[in-house]
Design a protein around this ligand. Structure first.
Ligand code: FAD
Length: 279
């Protein structure tokens, strides 16, 4: 069980509890992007084990008739052990999930992993077209090239601002520069990716731009936001008819994820405390 202080951001420690949470999301018109918490495994054993868990989770989502997909971290399934271990585990998860008609996203970690991640997703997308997607970070200076490269790959793109502290040699540092890059890339995606765009942001300015671009280009899009962040807005957007998918972390490694959410925004600490004292 997740302690009340963290339950705003993490669904549960168990699969059944997480499936119940996903079911509640679905009742409110939200799809779920389910992520088993875990990262930076330096041995093959835990990486393979988490890959197995994702395969079983895909079956459970389908068996319970839930609107959900998976999101996997490269360092959780072996990128720190070796690129081939990561690529093999990713392919294995996608194969199993495709049998259950479940889509698989690949999260993006720091810039040293971008090439390996895009390569693995690209290779898997060629054997499983339209079953996979990858997060691409607007703060990285290389992103325009990565998006061009992905334009010919049958994979979806989730555009995010980027959550990792990166050196200025590879990334924009000011919020204004990252926001400007996000807007430029979003526009490129809506014009070039007529198969659809995933907008991974809580930022009202980016969501407004996405709806404007959708009206102008007709490109379909989905909005992706984190569990515990602007949930009223998520439900409101779903009520208005937008496709909204909530990123739902679960598992017993909740502590590190919880502290990351608190560190990135001080209001999150207040929300978490309110959950404990019940106001
Ligand atoms: P920000 O620039 O943080 O905020 C802009 C505005 O959004 C704020 O001014 C405010 O109006 C609103 N807002 C933001 N947060 C809150 C809040 N807590 N409460 C109320 N209003 C708020 N990063 C990666 O590097 N790799 C990934 O694979 C990845 N996957 C992600 C998946 C999803 C579904 C999402 C939503 C994010 C993901 N991220 C990932 C994180 C992302 O890179 C950003 O760090 C994070 O989303 C914060 O940026 P933002 O676009 O939400 O806006």
């Amino acid at each position: 069980m997740i302690p009340p202080i963290a339950s705003r951001f993490v669904a549960d420690t168990t699969v059944p509890g997480t499936l119940d949470y996903v079911s509640d999301c679905n009742d409110e018109g939200l799809g779920a992007i389910v992520n088993l918490l875990g990262e930076h495994y330096h041995e093959r054993g835990p990486a393979d084990e988490d890959a197995d868990k994702y395969c079983r989770l895909a079956s459970e989502l389908t068996r319970h008739d839930l609107d959900g997909c998976l999101s996997v971290k490269p360092s959780q399934i072996g990128i720190d052990v070796g690129p081939d271990v990561f690529a093999a585990n990713f392919e294995r998860i996608v194969e199993a999930a495709a049998d259950d008609d479940v889509f698989v996203w690949c999260d993006m970690e720091d810039h040293t992993t971008t090439d390996t991640t895009v390569d693995a997703v690209g290779a898997t997308a060629r054997s499983h077209p339209h079953d996979v997607g990858v997060a691409i970070q607007a703060n990285l200076k290389r992103t325009r090239d990565d998006l061009r490269r992905l334009a010919d790959v049958p994979a979806a793109v989730r555009l995010v601002k980027g959550a990792y502290d990166e050196p200025s040699s590879v990334a924009y540092e000011s919020k204004a520069a990252v926001d400007e890059a996000y807007e430029t890339h979003l526009e490129y995606l809506f014009r070039e990716f007529d198969r659809g765009v995933a907008v991974g942001s809580h930022d009202p300015q980016m969501l407004e731009l996405a709806t404007d671009l959708h009206e102008e280009c007709g490109t379909p899009f989905e909005i992706q936001m984190l569990m515990g962040v602007r949930e009223d807005a998520q439900r409101e957007l779903a009520r208005k008819g937008y496709e909204v998918n909530q990123y739902v972390p679960y598992g017993d490694k909740w502590m590190q994820y919880f502290y990351r959410r608190i560190r990135e925004r001080k209001e999150n600490a207040l929300f978490a405390l309110r959950a404990v004292v019940g106001v």
